[in-house]
Design a protein around this ligand. Sequence first.
Ligand SMILES: Nc1ncnc2c1ncn2[C@@H]1O[C@H](COP(=O)(O)OP(=O)(O)OP(=O)(O)O)[C@@H](O)[C@H]1O
Length: 226
Amino acid sequence: MIELAGVGHRFGDWVVLADVDLRLTGHRIGVIGANGSGKSTFARLLNGLLVPTSGRVLVDGLDTRKRGREVRRRVGFVFQDPDVQIVMPTVAEDLAFGLRHRDLDRAEIGRRVDAALDAYGLTAFRDHPAHLLSGGQKQLLAIAAVLVLEPDCVVFDEPTTLLDLRNRHRIAKLIHGLDRRVVVVTHDLDLVSDFERVLVFDRGRVVFDGPAADAVAEYVAMNPPA
Ligand SMILES: Nc1ncnc2c1ncn2[C@@H]1O[C@H](COP(=O)(O)OP(=O)(O)OP(=O)(O)O)[C@@H](O)[C@H]1O
């Protein structure tokens, strides 16, 4: 359970988020809204990548301000650009990286890496230099590297923006098939079109919170053609 209570965030004097009170229940939660409306900032608050300048974010009751490490074990984060997330030279090493900081022996790490390679269609690329993968493969690897750590919830910040249509479909399918809570920030309205809950952000506030079709209609109505 992720809960935001009286959350606000500013960068210097610039108010980016204000008065956000939410309980993130439900399996799939979309986040849409205009450029600069605070979506990415909101997403980063959910696993303590950022801590709010006012209010509290609690993950299973743990305050992100004090318990960031435990929070990040529960809530994984996938960045828009996989290049900022891929840290090791090869695909298998990158998948193993996060697992090394867990209390697991080498054999178990190997088993989990093999399972992740298989699950995400990356087995043929096991020893491939990660930086030479295609954009779509890199995004798959970045997602796999988060999922291999088995977080309860995964936050995606614009996961399809840099992808061609084929890879966009691939990532959309993967997100839809996940058996854990997902929070997806996106301008790709189709990606969240069947989510049970979509938040619409406008100038740092949540202005709508409801089923996808209604949220998208609200967002479209807020932005009529010029
Ligand atoms: N590190 C930072 N320092 C100062 N201002 C920032 C910082 N990060 C974001 N901002 C500002 O905060 C506001 C909200 O940014 P944010 O990235 O959360 O919006 P967004 O809704 O995700 O936008 P987009 O759809 O364009 O990605 C913007 O005005 C942005 O310029």
